[in-house]
Design a protein around this ligand. Structure first.
Ligand code: ZN
Length: 286
């Protein structure tokens, strides 16, 4: 095995461990925030027998597995939500670390690494806010706003990194050609999003009642959601937005204009995440 591969595996494993620990803290947030309790102080205890939990009971993922999903003291089953969130966070962190490997492979070049590092932190924070929000608020639509903002920040950071790189390195592409490329990505992404929205509006409202879509108060949630779908597609660029727009279109046709409109955000966020991270992974390994 090459040293690069060993280093890559070590970093992905470390990201997974870090993710499991953050996932464990996310569980504390989900349980305590709705009860207006502090999330920084206080010991964890069993919710049934009230026994204070020791270090061995609090190892993310493993404690749940070794105790067979039961409290060590009173044997009451513990919700599988804990291990699900811990392993989901660990998995997300590992994928994100895998898509940012160049940063770990060249740790001594701070200039090259500062932007990917900020980007990675933004993605880490984003995934946990989305999880907490979805679990506590039950208003999954807001996950869309969080995802849009985080991907937007990520996008801006990448542009900034490229621009700075161009300014320093005279051999690379000219600034104007880079800006042109990003502009094209935004335009194509927005066009793909707009196409998905237009198709879903025509299929759900029909050409005759288009006015209903544009003016009806009942369609306001749909219009806001559609606007966000187009913005998100523009932000993530052409290829990832094909996935996001397709997922959104399917959800949009299934949900139409009922009370489940708020779930559109979740489908959009999921589609965007799959497209975005899938494409990043593809670029990494090609
Ligand atoms: Zn107990």
């Amino acid at each position: 095995m090459s040293p690069e591969l060993v280093l890559a595996i070590i970093n992905i494993v470390l990201a997974g461990i870090f993710g499991a620990i953050v996932g464990s803290f996310t569980n504390v947030c989900i349980y305590r925030i709705p009860e207006h309790r502090t999330i920084v102080k206080g010991h964890s205890m069993c919710m049934t027998c009230g026994h204070e939990l020791g270090a061995l009971d609090l190892v993310p993922i493993f404690s749940w597995l070794f105790l067979g999903g039961k409290c060590r003291y009173c044997k009451t089953p513990i919700s599988s939500r804990y291990i699900k969130i811990e392993s989901l966070t660990a998995l997300c962190y590992m994928i994100m670390a895998a898509t940012h490997l160049s940063m770990f492979l060249d740790p001594l070049d701070p200039y090259k690494n500062i932007f990917p590092f900020i980007e990675l932190c933004a993605l880490f924070v984003m995934i946990n806010i989305v999880i907490v929000e979805m679990m506590i608020m039950k208003d999954t639509g807001s996950s869309m706003y969080v995802m849009t903002s985080a991907l937007g920040i990520d996008f801006l950071v990448q542009i900034l990194a490229r621009v700075l790189h161009t300014l320093r390195d005279t051999d690379s592409e000219s600034l104007s050609s880079l800006i042109g490329k990003w502009g094209l990505q935004i335009f194509l992404g927005a066009a793909i999003g707009l196409l998905a929205v237009a198709i879903s509006v025509i299929l759900t409202f029909g050409l005759k009642s288009l006015g209903k879509y544009f003016h009806d108060k009942d369609s306001r949630a749909l219009r806001t959601s559609d606007l966000f779908a187009i913005a998100l597609c523009a932000v993530i660029g052409a290829i990832p937005s094909i996935v996001a727009a397709t997922v959104y279109l399917i959800a949009r046709l299934l949900i139409k204009n009922g009370k489940n409109v708020k779930y559109l955000g979740t489908f959009l966020a999921a589609g965007a995440a799959i497209g975005y991270f899938g494409y990043s992974l593809l670029l990494c390994f090609s």
